[in-house]
Design a protein. Sequence first.
Length: 247
Amino acid sequence: MPEFQRIKELAERSYNNGTFTFTDFLSVAELSDYYEKERELSFASPLLFGGCDIAERKMIRFGDPSDLGYDQAFPIAALTVEPLAAKFSDDLNHRDFLGALMNLGIKREVLGDIFVKGNIACVFCKEDIADYITENLVRIKHTSVKVCRTADTTKITAPTLEDKVIMLSSARADAVIAKVYNISRNDSVSLFQRGLVYINGRECTENAKEIKPGDILSVRGHGKFEYSEELGTSKKGKINSLVRIYK
């Protein structure tokens, strides 16, 4: 795995040189691959962060502050991007913001998650690219925008959650996904076969895996939800479960 080899080299550099090292932002799929072998890198005290608690794209920092004698923050900047004149703005979505950033010649690995509420986005990026984005991102579609650094990202990154109660014969992953997204069990199983299901950040191909309260499931093409709580069992033995769907 070339990506893991590169990550391993950063871990070894941190350990051998007594310095902090950082990866670029890693995708959900790359992080899933990393989790499979993370024990191999425990010697370098890895820590993951993506700019906020619910970020899916994350960097890995290698180095232990207690061993090195100092601390070093993740080189992540948070930017807000919003229309100069909200009244005349196009309807902007995640794809529009990402596309405009990529059109500046920016590589995806230097960008973290992009959270959008209304026509305003919070973009996490590597610190060394933040000023370039601030100065050069001036238009998205036909909308003139302004970009500013921000310290408070919670207004945009705080998820909007929709509660839904589902009834299950068992808390199998394929059954839960089928109920949450109103699809057939066969369609749910195919999602696992195609590598589209992640549970707590790790790719899951075991469609019969038992889901536990607190587990976070991401399903490519459908969305993300938390299997929050089992509320009890019906007279017919069905499990009443509360899920919280990210909107």
